[in-house]
Design a protein around this ligand. Structure first.
Ligand SMILES: Nc1ncnc2c1ncn2[C@@H]1O[C@H](COP(=O)(O)OP(=O)(O)OP(=O)(O)O)[C@@H](O)[C@H]1O
Ligand SMILES: [Mg+2]
Length: 209
């Protein structure tokens, strides 16, 4: 039975694909058989990124495939140790489908109330639909300062949800890495890689715990 990690969000551009690739890369580096399912067939962001990774010959390599629906992706899960679902923004049906099946549902969010408010509403909606709150976790992405991180954590705790340990600061180097087929744990900067690793580690711990 594959571990299924779902990345969802209400807002677009928050970091779903960024985290999905890094999670998949981490699993592959640990010798797991992993599939990254790109559920945004309109954009195909992760599929296009995978092409760049292949062309650059970056190791470890892993399989990325576009699927129209989460159900179609889930059908291949018995063949894998780990299935990472990179969801589309704002798609409530797909989001619910992902949330129902995933071992953990990670929602990346920025630190502004404009980002946090709709993100919290999305998790409340999933809870109303019967998804256990323990399976839901926020990942702080594109964060400016430690103070901003602390405020965002407090906001999320107030709403009754879990925030993963660590956070991803906003840095051009993360974009540049992904432009070239790398993940946010494979940048040219050891400190940025460690930061990203820390967040990934807390996803792993949450799944295992
Ligand atoms: N920590 C960061 N610092 C700087 N740029 C970032 C960071 N995280 C992500 N980005 C950039 O922000 C953009 C959006 O990120 P990403 O594609 O991961 O979001 P998404 O939630 O998957 O978006 P969509 O809703 O369109 O699928 C990308 O250009 C990505 O390279
Ligand atoms: Mg995306």
């Amino acid at each position: 039975m594959a571990t299924i990690i779902g990345l969802i969000s209400q807002k677009g551009g928050v970091g779903k694909s960024t985290l999905a690739r890094a999670v998949a890369r981490e699993a592959a580096a640990n010798g797991l058989k992993v599939k990254l399912a790109d559920l945004d067939t309109q954009q195909g962001t992760s599929s296009n990124w995978h092409r760049r990774r292949l062309e650059a010959g970056v190791e470890p390599m892993f399989s990325v495939e576009a699927f129209k629906t989460a159900a179609q992706a889930l059908r291949v899960s018995p063949e894998y140790d780990c299935l990472v679902l990179d969801g589309p923004a704002r798609a409530s049906a797909a989001t619910l489908e992902i949330a129902r099946q995933a071992s953990i549902v990670v929602q990346p969010t920025g630190a502004s109330v404009d980002d946090l408010h709709p993100a919290v509403l999305t998790f409340h909606e999933l809870v109303r639909e019967g998804v256990p709150v323990a399976r839901l976790a926020f990942a702080l992405c594109k964060i400016g300062t430690d103070a901003e991180e602390a405020e965002a954590r407090a906001y999320i705790a107030q709403a009754g949800f879990h925030t993963l340990g660590g956070f991803i600061p906003e840095r051009p180097a993360y974009r540049q890495a992904q432009n070239q087929g790398f993940t946010i744990t494979e940048t040219r900067f050891a400190q940025l890689n460690r930061r990203a690793d820390e967040l990934l580690q807390s996803i792993v711990e949450r799944v295992d715990g």
